[in-house]
Design a protein around this ligand. Structure first.
Ligand code: NAD
Length: 486
């Protein structure tokens, strides 16, 4: 049985209490790993190690050397590509092609992108005149925040964790990562990479465990943590924000969404169907940027629903390494129970079930896995639970609309504000609607496409702050003001 330990000051360590918890495979519910669970002592040790690193060679290291190390991390991940793919596949049960083409390469890229950002960033400087005629130079100086607590979700574990660890390290911080209890494998593996490339001990630390009254809460409450970056549910973010208020620690939050797809009748129909299929069902619908509300202009509504139905019914469930399969299970039975409760609610509230709604028949031991059918509904009012609340499963509700104003109002009628995918061939309308939808990112005739140097984050209850490119510096550094009288 695989054992997963904490990674503290460059060493893998178990828990002082000896406490461990089981990780089950989403594919067949077998226990595949036992994970050390951190108590306050282990979290304390990890924060101390990270603090020590702040005082040592890491703090005084030149930017050039730091950049070299981050490039080496990315190269070592690439060298151990198959190990990362296997670890993430075992934890999530998702198909190999998503791991190989998106999640793991993006994880490696996250180190290079932010190494390049810090290498090239300039600080503002203003020569000033003074009454005595000698002048002054007033400039900004960026310094690391210090110890950053990194709390991660399970849906794209490695990509989302490195999206935070990459810029944190690039800016000279040290980190204590708390991966999701569901997906600890790649965070642990990254410790090996850090040691191989010679990352100073204590720069990268990992503690395992759960949220409340476990590693997550202990880390976010720890006074030695200078800033907290979190990706996960909005409700969890609210709790973490309360913890961060003690000691006035800064937060960066990437949280839930209830994203709208807006399909105008003049769009490229097939491309729009394909994009909504991907955005609603990729990763079994466990994507924060996914589309759970779809609004289709009335003339193409029926045709669109039928085309999406055909695609949803053509998915092939199976193991990640099954070349015939392209569709994985949900992360856990607990999550499937939650998603199924929404499937039931939709029907109770009067939805027309277009397809899905249940559990597929799986052969042999796979019958024990957390499989679920991609599901489409129509006919619900906007007040229905599945239209209002984030489900985080493979499902969407589709509704017709008649005008631009109407669809903008529908799209904005939510407490979330993460993303929109907008389909039209009318350029002026694309710009108009993009400016009016209240979200952090709008895709026009595309989805899940972004240059990592641009700002990423949510509006309303979908997040606080922006990360990506130079925008990450706002959170991962402190900007000091130095004024030198000449
Ligand atoms: P979650 O909020 O349940 O858990 C996320 C992490 O927080 C886990 O590591 C968990 O152990 C920890 N945690 C839970 N309670 C805590 C507490 N009280 N204190 C400290 N830590 C705590 O989220 P999840 O179910 O892992 O992930 C799914 C959610 O993440 C969805 O809402 C999804 O939209 C969101 N998400 C958002 C983005 C984005 O970029 N906006 C990206 C991916 C996922």
């Amino acid at each position: 049985m695989r054992q997963i330990e904490h990674f503290i000051a460059g060493e893998y360590t178990g828990s002082i209490s000896g406490k461990r918890f089981d990780k089950r495979s989403p594919l067949d519910n077998r226990v595949i790993a036992q994970i050390a669970e951190a108590g306050r002592e282990e979290v304390d040790a990890a924060v101390r190690a990270a603090r020590e690193a702040q005082r040592g060679e890491w703090r005084s290291m030149s930017t050039e050397r730091r950049v070299e190390l981050l490039y080496a991390v990315a190269d070592e991940i690439t060298r151990r590509f198959d190990d990362f793919v296997d670890a993430e596949m075992a934890d999530t049960g998702q198909p190999a092609h998503v791991m190989k083409h998106v999640f793991i390469p993006r994880g490696a890229a996250n180190f290079k992108v932010f190494a390049d950002v810090v290498k090239n960033v300039a600080n503002e400087a203003f020569p000033m005149s003074t009454p005595d005629g000698r002048g002054a130079l007033n400039y900004g100086l960026r310094v690391p925040k210090g110890v950053v607590g990194v709390i991660c979700p399970w849906n794209a574990p490695f990509m989302l964790m490195t999206w935070k660890v990459g810029p944190a390290l690039a800016c000279g911080n040290s980190v204590v990562v708390k991966p999701s209890e569901e997906t600890p494998a790649t965070a642990a593996l990254l410790g090996e990479v850090m040691n191989v490339v010679g990352m100073p001990k204590g720069v990268y630390n990992v503690v395992n465990g759960f949220g409340p009254e476990s590693a997550g809460a202990y880390l976010t409450q720890h006074p030695g943590v200078d800033a907290i970056t979190f990706t996960g549910e909005t409700r969890t973010g609210t709790t973490i924000m309360r913890a961060a208020a003690q000691g006035m620690r800064d937060v960066s939050f990437e949280m839930g969404g209830k994203n709208a797809g807006i399909i105008f009748a003049d769009c490229d129909f097939d491309a729009a169907v394909e994009a909504i299929f991907r955005s609603a069902f990729l990763n079994s619908g466990q994507v924060c940027l996914g589309t759970e509300r779809v609004y289709v202009e009335r003339p193409i509504f029926e045709r669109f629903v039928q085309a999406l139905k055909l695609k949803a019914e053509a998915v092939r469930f199976g193991r990640p390494d099954d070349a015939q399969a392209n569709y994985g299970p949900l992360i856990s039975h607990e999550h499937r129970d939650k998603v199924l409760s929404y499937y039931r609610k939709a029907i109770e509230q009067g939805a027309t079930l277009v397809t899905g709604g249940g559990i597929p028949q799986m052969p042999g031991e796979l019958a024990e896995g957390a499989w679920i059918e991609p599901t489409i509904w129509t006919g619900l009012p906007e007040s229905a639970a599945v239209v209002r609340e984030e489900i985080f499963g493979p499902c969407c509700h589709i509704r017709p609309f008649d005008s631009e104003d109407e669809v903008v109002a529908l799209a904005n009628d939510t407490e979330y504000g993460l993303s929109t995918t907008l389909w039209t061939n009318d350029l002026a309308r694309a710009h108009r609607v993009a400016a009016r939808v209240e979200v952090g990112i709008t895709w026009v005739n595309s989805w899940f496409l972004r240059d990592l140097r641009t700002a990423f984050g949510g509006s309303k209850q979908s997040g606080i702050g922006r990360e990506g490119g130079v925008h990450s510096l706002e959170f991962y550094t402190e900007l000091r003001n130095v004024c030198v009288k000449l």
